[in-house]
Design a protein around this ligand. Structure first.
Ligand code: MOS
Length: 746
């Protein structure tokens, strides 16, 4: 019997999105709508000494000018906890305009509300704000000497230091050592839809339309900041135009929109501009990683030392968790990893696609390539020799892995073994051609809180499933209809998934590739509970053909419950009993930290590049990724996610960079004109192999998620291919023209 799960169904919301029918949070209409514009600080540190709003107030339509002098005070600043874990999740533990201090460039220092967007924008430009400026500190070069080792990073969820074995002994027994410093430029999220919120008060009740990865996280955070009961705030988020981590934590604008709406007594719409996206919702921090590998002559790792240094904000110890998967990938007995931070004039960094591991695995996988070259061992073979069959950090077996099949199928599809391992051996005209590969890994940790959904079947046989989760482009709305269809045994065309509303059962913020697993678990549990309830009712119902049957004998298919020759449609059962519908809730309790398994997703990346050494140009010609994400819910949307991740890896490797101007402490790039992302013209032939592995531990359907794994290792495969092409080992992302240009031959 074919199942709905896994089918490459097209997106249920595709038509609404391409026709413009889909309504995003700052497109929601409301009677009396007003429009808010934010003003960002022109300095990177210091304080606001005066605000002259007189010219702004002379403009027609201006309703409010809010600054540190008159913005309502917050009730309570909740602590920084990663949004996945089900509590309030502020992006940083600082709320702007509570006093005159400016901590970073672009920090919100004023909010102007007017009756039209254009009037608000114009009035905002007329504010005269004076500052007292202090010397900014933003770059690693400036902050290196002030670095400290925090107690913990990532909202306190990860220790800043980890070790196993004895790193000194491991390095001493290594016959060969590879060591290098890896540098990473800061990255900024650039989803199509900039972040924004629309706030509508009705008396003391707030409806907040917000572009978010978790409506419950927004609800919890805004309620705490405003000091209102959770029962008085509903967060709605039916469509979100991409996110990639910048809508995972709850930044200031939804709360500011709600504050402003209360001040003007009318609904407020607040959309960030593209420029403001660079200074209002976090970023991937600039970082430096120092990595040392020790190995025996036959390529077995004896030691891995991995240190990271990065800037954080004045208030929070945040570093993306770059050392996590790199510590788990290989069975290396001696390990030491540590994070160091320094306080800088920046906002708190945040999740960004492939959070942590896309940088940490870059360092590890480039170093592994270097080791393979040094020992003349094939790079795939070197990894297979070292792959950790149990998690070396916890000592627990993997719930599933599939890495060997990823290497085998990826290498076969790519044609890996056709290569001459010698660098600079292949040339086509002025181009040097090279191939490279890398392993990919990403944790599949379940959320820490129960995940809930509700399933309802109507007397006409149509099904609605509800869960609070938003759909931010991942395909969840499509895949969850497939999950419900299989659990209930109804055609997928009869199932509809309703989402993005705190009035629906709670789901943690979809972060770190956890969405597909946790939401499918909740939906599957709810729909299964509904099926079991209906079967119980049928076998107990004297009017049913199934009366008296053992419930465990009843199978469901095509909207009917069947045992042997006896069969009854769900719809007939409901109608006979004069019931308009039946409904069940489901709660999935994720495995805890004490689960006897370690959970991660693995994959393998391969790339071919052409490099013109005279011009320093790189063209990625093709990429192949093989991934083992457990069970695939929808082959089309999963593949799209993986291709998207791989192309982002290409962008991270060759294009994406933002830099702080050390003099002004401001970002150099704040628009899509000069912040480069990969576009169609950069896109090579991309092949994806889906290696389905069974996993009975991670969640009921064995889904490990595909949001991040496509990006992890992609950059390293490209850097390794560049080394193979040119003989140059470039230990940074992005790799740019000046890293590769060679003096023309005399
Ligand atoms: Mo994802 S970058 O963890 O939202």
């Amino acid at each position: 019997m074919t199942t709905a799960i896994g089918q490459p169904l097209t997106r249920v919301d595709g038509r609404a999105k391409v026709t413009g029918a889909a309504r995003f949070p700052t497109e929601v209409p409301a009677p009396g709508m007003t429009h808010a514009c934010l003003v960002g600080a022109r300095i990177a540190g210091g304080r606001v000494t005066s605000v002259d709003a007189s010219a702004a107030w002379e403009e027609p339509g201006v309703l409010a000018v809010l600054t540190h002098e008159n913005l309502p005070r917050i009730a309570e600043q909740p602590p920084l906890v990663p949004s996945l874990f089900g509590g309030p999740a502020p992006g940083e533990t600082f709320f702007p305009m509570q006093d005159d201090v400016v901590h970073y460039g672009g920090q919100h220092v004023a909010l102007v509300v007017a009756d039209t967007h254009e009037r608000a924008q114009h009035a905002a430009a007329l504010l005269r704000i004076e500052y007292e400026e202090s010397e900014p500190l933003t770059t690693i070069e400036q902050g290196r000497d002030q670095a400290y080792e925090p107690e913990a990073i990532f909202g306190g969820f990860l220790p800043a230091r980890n070790s196993r074995g004895d790193i000194g002994a491991g390095l001493a027994e290594a016959g060969v050592r590879v060591e290098g410093t890896y540098r990473f430029a800061a990255n900024n999220h650039n989803p199509l839809e900039t972040s924004g919120s629309t706030a509508v008060w009705d008396g003391d009740e707030l409806v907040l339309h917000d572009g978010t990865q978790g409506v419950n996280a927004t609800q919890l955070t805004v309620a705490a900041l405003l000091g209102i009961p959770l029962s008085k705030i509903r967060v709605v988020s039916p469509y979100v135009g991409g996110s990639f981590g910048c809508k995972a934590m709850v930044w200031h604008h939804p709360t500011l929109a709600a504050m402003a709406a209360r001040v003007v007594g009318r609904p407020v719409r607040l959309a960030l501009t593209r420029e403001q996206m660079f200074t209002s919702c976090g970023h991937r921090e600039e970082q430096e990683q120092h990595l040392t590998l020790g190995a025996t002559a036959d390529g077995r790792l004896t030691a891995l030392r991995h240190h990271k240094l990065s800037p954080t904000s004045p208030f929070d110890d945040w570093a993306e968790p770059s050392l996590q998967t790199a510590a788990q990938m290989y069975a290396c007995p001696h390990y030491e990893g540590s994070y160091r931070l320094f306080r800088a004039n920046t906002m708190t960094p945040t999740f960004m696609r492939g959070p942590g591991d896309s940088s940490g695995m870059f360092a590890l996988e480039c170093a592994m390539d270097e080791l393979a070259c040094r020992l003349a061992i094939d790079p795939v073979e070197l990894r297979l020799r070292n792959f950790a069959s149990v998690d070396p950090v916890s000592g627990k077996p993997w719930s599933s892995n599939g890495i060997e099949e990823c290497f085998a199928r990826g290498a076969a599809r790519f044609g890996w073994y056709d290569r001459d391992p010698e660098p600079r051996a292949r040339r086509e005209g002025s181009w040097l051609i090279g191939t490279g590969m890398a392993a990919a890994g990403y944790p599949a940790p379940p959320p820490g809180t129960p995940q809930r959904a509700r399933a309802r079947i109507y007397a006409d046989g149509s099904v609605v499933v509800q869960a609070a989760t938003p759909e931010f482009g991942t395909g969840v709305a499509t895949a969850m209809s497939q999950v419900a269809a299989d659990a209930l045994g109804v055609p997928v065309s009869r199932c509809r998934f309703e989402k993005g509303d705190t009035d629906f059962p709670g789901i943690a913020a979809a972060v770190g590739s956890a969405g597909a697993g946790m939401i499918s678990a909740a939906v599957h549990t709810a729909a299964t509970a509904l099926r079991e309830q209906l079967v119980r009712e049928a076998v107990a119902d004297s009017g049913s053909p199934l009366h008296g049957t053992d419930a465990s004998e009843v199978a469901v298919h095509d909207g009917a419950m069947t045992a042997g020759r006896a069969s009854e449609q769900y719809a007939d059962l409901l109608r006979r009993n004069h019931r308009p519908d039946a409904e069940a809730s489901g709660t999935w309790n994720p495995p805890g930290m004490d689960a006897p398994y370690a959970m991660a997703t693995f994959g393998a990346q391969f790339a071919e590049v052409a490099v013109d050494p005279e011009l320093g140009l790189v063209r990625v010609r093709r990429m192949t990724g093989a991934f083992a994400p457990g069970r695939v819910l929808n082959a089309r949307t999963a593949r799209s996610q993986l291709v998207g991740g791989m192309l982002w890896g290409l962008g991270q490797a060759l294009l994406e960079a933002n830099h702080m101007d050390p003099g002004t402490g401001r970002w150099v790039s704040t628009s899509l004109a000069d912040y480069l992302v990969a576009v169609n013209a950069d896109t090579p032939d991309v092949a994806v192999e889906l290696v389905e592995v069974e996993d009975r531990i991670v969640n009921p359907l064995g889904v490990k998620g595909v949001g991040e794994i496509g990006q992890v290792g992609a950059g390293a495969a490209i850097a390794n291919a560049i080394h193979h092409a040119t003989g140059r080992r470039v230990r940074k992302m992005p790799i740019t023209v000046e890293d590769l240009m060679e003096a023309p031959h005399a």
